[in-house]
Design a protein. Sequence first.
Length: 251
Amino acid sequence: MNLTLKIWRQKNSKAKGVVETYKLSDVSPDSSFLEMLDVLNEGLVEKGVEPVAFDHDCREGICGMCSLYINGEAHGPDRKVTTCQLHMRMFEDGETITIEPFRSAAFPVVKDLVVDRSAFDRIQQAGGYVSVNTSGNTQDANALPIPKVDADKAFDAATCIGCGACVATCKNASAMLFVSAKVSQFSLLPQGKVEANRRVANMVSQMDEEGFGNCTNTGACEIECPKGISLDNIARMNRDFLKSLVVAEDK
Ligand code: SF4
Ligand code: FES
């Protein structure tokens, strides 16, 4: 495949970004999108040009690090895949592909296509955990009977990989899908009910503090989410949040 790549280049968070154009030939349709960028970078290094910085780690759809906005879509044109799982056969020979970083005020660009998503870490730290007794007498989680339907919903919510595509896709840069998945994975289970009110209140408060926008139910996040996280989680989080406002609990 022969491709024209239009890639966002930005030296650092303070510098002004610019779209640079690169030509790439003989790209295998079976290569992944990140492998295609590896080939581009090898060529740039050989020419003495600074390679394009982009985020990646597992390259198998698990870590949530890869975060490219490709031809106007988070993680590109395929559905329920991350950028690292996207293959070049999804594109046409001779196509021009535009590659940008995930854009949100809460995700500042670090360099080129790399953004700082530590806002998600801080939301997690605000409440995305359960407190357990580690005295050695900890009850085995499997000893608690849990309705299968709740276990399934909690598992589905827990598949969120924190990639940030929901934020990048949303016209409001809302993080509600991410936060609601992290709230739901605990609030549906008995182990998570103890701190449920405090958790949702603190995580929503941190989400607002980080500068994410509000949800207006457009549903774009659900469509672009590589893990198919359902909007039902947002409805559940809204209910849990309202409940937290009327239930007295130590915050
Ligand atoms: S909800 Fe989906 S799009 Fe948002 S961070 Fe989680 S996996 Fe990524
Ligand atoms: S590199 Fe880990 S999900 Fe893409």
